[in-house]
Design a protein around this ligand. Structure first.
Ligand SMILES: Nc1nc2c(c(=O)[nH]1)N(C=O)[C@@H](CNc1ccc(C(=O)N[C@@H](CCC(=O)O)C(=O)O)cc1)CN2
Ligand SMILES: Nc1ncnc2c1ncn2[C@@H]1O[C@H](COP(=O)(O)OP(=O)(O)OP(=O)(O)O)[C@@H](O)[C@H]1O
Length: 214
């Protein structure tokens, strides 16, 4: 349903559509063969790295891949080698993601979902340094910047918080880049008013600037 202001509201229809696409996108991503996933992960990370260094970024937030996600590991290694400021998310109480600065892979510890995360003591729920770029994992993305995650709203809340913190201190909000295989880009991800849009998508095929939705 199209709501005033051009935003989508959470409706039963959107929830159903999200659940259906989540199942489809998960099985499609799982079906990509391991060696191909590894190759495409390295290719996408290579493109991301070339662009980031060209653009002069000195900080980023990425993720430790789970399941069949695009593995951002080679990008993390390059960022650490270049002494960039690297942040990773940690699942905290209340459905919130904290952010923690990490200086090497060995600092990561398994979190609640078994995902390697920064240790609690290294993390802040807010007021931490603001990464210039956030690389966002997901199940499906579209070229307008729509994103579908595992359905807990973690990234939507985190990106909203980072946006508010940036506004509160007169800084730019982080650039948001969906990092995914081209097979995960679909014509249209169902979105609601709380969803945060990606500014760009980075896949093994290239970088696409998202046009947003009217
Ligand atoms: N690599 C990576 N790290 C990430 C995320 C992510 O999507 N990818 N997150 C992005 O948000 C946060 C973790 N979010 C997660 C949300 C749900 C499940 C999960 O296993 N869900 C089960 C459903 C069972 C349940 O709800 O308890 C599932 O999908 O089968 C895992 C992580 C933070 N870190
Ligand atoms: N900014 C927010 N504040 C409060 N609740 C939110 C926010 N964003 C999303 N939610 C809620 O979280 C739930 C899941 O949202 P959604 O389906 O968009 O998750 P997702 O983006 O697929 O998953 P994730 O971000 O965890 O990978 C919904 O009930 C949604 O209303």
């Amino acid at each position: 349903m199209d709501m005033p202001g051009g935003e989508w509201n959470r409706t039963g229809e959107t929830t159903e559509a999200k659940a259906a696409l989540r199942r489809l996108a998960a099985s499609r991503r799982d079906a990509l063969e391991g060696p191909l996933r590894e190759r495409w992960s390295r290719e996408a990370c290579g493109l991301a790295w070339a662009w980031m260094t060209e653009a002069g970024y000195a900080s980023l937030m990425a993720y430790a891949a789970i399941r069949s996600e695009l593995d951002a590991g080679s990008l993390l290694d390059q960022a650490w080698s270049a002494s960039m400021e690297v942040f990773l998310p940690r699942v905290a109480a209340g459905g919130l993601l904290e952010t923690g600065r990490v200086q090497s892979r060995s600092e990561l510890v398994p979190g609640v979902f078994g995902i390697p995360e920064p240790a609690p003591a290294a993390c802040r729920a807010s007021g931490g340094a603001l990464p210039e770029l956030v690389l966002v994992p997901g199940l499906a993305f579209d070229e307008s910047g729509g994103r579908l995650g595992y359905g807990r709203g973690y990234y939507d809340r985190l990106l909203t918080r980072l946006e508010e913190e940036a506004a509160g201190s007169g800084r730019q909000r982080p650039v948001r880049a969906g990092l995914c295989f081209s097979a995960q880009v679909v014509p249209e991800v169902p979105v609601d008013g709380k969803d945060r849009f990606m500014d760009m998508l980075i896949t093994e095929k290239g970088i696409t600037i998202c046009k947003g939705r009217a």
